[in-house]
Ligand binder design. Structure first.
Ligand code: PLP
Ligand code: COI
Length: 355
């Protein structure tokens, strides 16, 4: 159990207009911080006013990117209560990322306590408007003032929160995705399965190029054969082909998404055939040619369930389900968002209240 000291700002910021919320631009009044030093472990858990951090220019994270992060949300229920969605899954994935990046782990119960304590302090920032939520960004980074390439001996664990609207300006409308055949995001044995900043740094160039062409994000191919699909910039991907839902298996270069896992659990519960396996991009284009690519969607905390209306690779282009959201995609979206926002029962025990 952490002993968390709380300091409040002299004055809170005005709450934003819920109609104008975009993703990740505004931050709440508080942040959580906790230090780590070798020999001392994690210590000095505190909630303080949100504000700039002071770092040495030689701070290790700035040079070698020894850093991991997570993303989860707090949702406002119709009764005005606030709840989290599967936060222990984030705690577990954070620790799996820490293990890969040689960062000291955080006990799951301490992670949950810290998230809950911070959301409790900034409870009024959890927006009420439909489709909005409070995005929670926990992260840990190396703070040694040293240029040697080694694991740092000191770290900062921080959590910040941002009231958000839809991740894509399209909202629930289908997004256009480009299959990236030049850059690769991750290879097996690398850090693809972790949520570390470096993965995202490596992905920016392809994302920028895709955006210039009018696409929302890229669909990555595996780094070895350059033919198996992996995931999208901030989402896992699922396809309904001839009645079966297929999604790339977790080979080590794909992030094990919590929304992906929840989609698969729901689908299996509903009796929909599901396959986690290797899928070539060609297989998807062939299925589309045969009229069997029925639905496609991405899954992620920020993006929830996002229908994919168009998939392009080189000069090939397919429109999926006439560019409309499919029935199964809609059912997953409705069920997941219903559980998250507390408008539907939660038979799986996925939600955790914040008091
Ligand atoms: N893949 C990547 C690269 C992501 O950044 C995310 C977002 O967190 C996901 C997949 C989806 O993961 P989750 O459903 O846990 O948010
Ligand atoms: C999330 O969905 O939580 C993410 O972290 C996506 C983010 C990279 C924007």
């Amino acid at each position: 159990m952490l002993d968390i000291k709380v300091t409040h700002p002299a004055q809170g910021k005005p709450l934003p207009d819920p109609d104008t919320l975009v993703f990740g631009k505004l931050f709440t009044d508080h942040m959580f911080l906790m230090d780590y030093h070798a020999g001392q472990g994690w210590h000095d858990a505190r909630i303080v006013p949100y504000g700039p951090l002071s770092l040495e220019p030689s701070c290790m994270v700035l040079h070698y990117a020894q850093e991991v992060f997570e993303g989860l949300k707090a949702y406002r229920t119709p009764e005005g209560k606030v709840q989290l969605f599967r936060p222990l899954e984030n705690a577990r994935r954070l620790n799996s990322s820490c293990e890969r990046l040689c960062i000291p782990q955080i006990p799951e119960e301490d992670f949950l306590q810290a998230v809950k304590a911070l959301v409790h302090e900034d409870m009024s920032w959890v927006p009420h408007k439909k489709g909005t939520s409070l995005y929670i960004r926990p992260f840990i980074f190396a703070t040694d003032a040293s240029l040697g390439v080694h694991a740092s001996h000191s770290y900062l664990f921080a959590i910040i929160c941002s009231p958000v609207g839809a991740y894509y300006p399209e909202g629930i409308n289908p997004v256009k995705i480009y299959v990236e055949d030049a850059d690769v995001r991750a290879v097996r044995g690398g850090t693809g399965y972790t949520k570390c900043g470096g993965n995202y740094a490596a992905s920016i160039r392809a994302g920028e190029r895709a955006e210039e062409q009018g696409y929302s994000q890229v669909l990555w191919l595996d780094g070895v054969h350059r033919k198996y699909i992996e995931e999208v910039g901030a989402m896992n991907v699922l396809f309904k082909v001839n009645g079966t839902v297929i999604t790339p298996q977790l080979t080590g270069s794909v992030l094990p998404g919590i929304t992906r896992k929840s989609c698969l659990e729901l689908l299996r519960d509903w009796g929909v055939p599901v396959e986690e396996r290797l899928i070539t991009a060609q297989e998807l284009f062939d299925a589309a040619d045969a009229g069997q690519l029925e639905e496609a969607w991405g899954s992620g905390t920020a993006a929830v369930v996002s229908p994919i209306g168009e998939l392009a690779m080189g000069d090939k282009k397919v429109i999926i389900n006439h560019g409309q959201i499919g029935h199964l995609t809609q059912r997953l979206y409705d069920t997941l968002t219903g559980i998250q926002w507390g408008t539907e029962p939660d038979p799986y025990g996925w939600t955790v209240p914040v008091e």
